[in-house]
Design a protein around this ligand. Structure first.
Ligand SMILES: *Cc1c(COP(=O)(O)O)cnc(C)c1O
Length: 359
């Protein structure tokens, strides 16, 4: 018996593999918030868990209002999803037919390719310079078949970003019928003066959507909560493709508390800014190349010789109870991606890499 056969394009998908965990030790493989989440969000989640028999508000109205109030956005032009990952899937469902194209950057976040494959669409990757998005290379690859351009800014796994002027230049070079999706999952961590998320573009242009997440700065990855802001027509298309209750009630309640807990957000960004600098300097001092990151993680480059490869470093760290992310699937086989952890975790990482350097 052969049984039912999925579509050919579905069978080509290599399922996404999340960061690995350890029984004990430091998990620094998934860019999770080392400070946990807002205590107020946790309380709100516990309170919401008392009425699990009730369906959630399918429109997530209170959550959209809270997000809109915080950022000064029209709540009608916000849509929430089960993580921003779900929003990417819904965009693919709404906008991509087989043999359509998406354009992304060479080391762009893997999920864009996966959602394109679900629709049988083709991913066109634009080469990067110094592991940074190259706008001209992206624009050169836009064809009449292009439907969506995905830009992670800052990008994961590289940690690099492009200035807001470059985002605007990318938008200005796109035909009006091409949707520019700016994935700003790490926006809150960025300290660079020339960075801009793109909210104004999403507010004014007919073809720009910005996606945000509660998984990183808000530390709510377990609940699966993301949102997008953009033109009414794109928001409408997402509403048509989403499940009627796509965001659960616990996530909605926690999200409202989290977005209003500015103290926790400030604590998270302050911790990240200080530890990102400390870790980068210490890793460089130990003799390893790091790429300049504005996110909550660092890409570290290793050598291409026996005993010194990224796989050797990964095994060495693992033996010391530290798990970080291998980025082979991106074609970055020399590199490993390290999430900024607690002070104690980062101390252990520094000590481990210093020891690995002296082997
Ligand atoms: C972590 C991450 C997200 C967030 O995904 P969620 O589904 O919201 O958890 C989105 N984009 C990038 C580039 C990320 O690294």
């Amino acid at each position: 018996m052969t049984g039912p056969q999925p579509l050919a394009n579905i069978l080509k998908i290599t399922p996404y593999k999340g960061g690995q965990s350890l029984e004990t030790g430091w998990k620094l493989s998934s860019n999770e918030n080392p400070l946990g989440c807002s205590p107020k969000a946790q309380d709100a989640a516990m309170a919401a868990a008392k009425t699990l028999e009730l369906y959630p508000d399918g429109s997530a109205a209170a959550l959209r209002q809270a997000i809109g109030a915080k950022y000064g956005l029209d709540a009608d032009r916000i849509v929430c999803g089960a993580g921003s990952d779900e929003i990417f899937q819904l965009l693919a469902r709404a906008y991509l037919s087989p043999s359509d194209e998406i354009v992304q950057s060479q080391y762009g976040f893997l999920v864009y390719r996966l959602v394109a494959q679900q629709s049988g669409a083709v991913t066109i990757s634009a080469p990067e310079k110094d592991l940074t998005t190259d706008i001209d290379a992206m624009l050169e690859r836009v064809t009449p078949k292009t439907r969506i351009v995905f830009l992670a800014n800052p990008n994961n796994p590289t940690g690099t970003y492009i200035p807001y002027d470059e985002v605007k230049r990318l938008h200005a070079g796109l035909p009006e019928n091409v949707l520019l999706v700016v994935d700003a999952a790490y926006a809150e961590y960025v300290r660079a003066n020339d960075y801009g998320i793109g909210m104004e573009l999403a507010g004014e242009m007919a073809n720009v959507l910005v996606t945000r997440t509660f998984s990183k700065i808000h530390g709510l990855a377990a609940l699966r909560l993301g949102w997008a802001y953009g033109p009414a027509s794109v928001i409408d298309a997402i509403h048509r493709t989403r499940g009627p209750f796509n965001v659960n009630a616990v996530a909605q309640a926690a999200g409202i508390a989290a977005i209003n807990d500015e103290e926790f957000q400030a604590r998270s960004t302050n911790h990240n800014t200080a530890e990102l600098l400390r870790l980068s300097n210490a890793i460089e001092a130990a003799g390893f190349k790091t790429y300049p990151s504005v996110g909550n993680f660092i890409l570290i480059e290793f050598e291409d010789r026996d005993g010194r490869r990224s796989s050797d470093a990964e095994a060495f760290l693992r033996a010391r109870g530290i798990v970080i992310r291998d980025v082979n699937v991106y074609g970055l086989s020399l590199c490993l991606r390290l999430t900024i952890g607690t002070k104690a975790a980062n101390d252990d990482v520094i000590a481990a890499l210093e020891a690995f350097a002296k082997l």
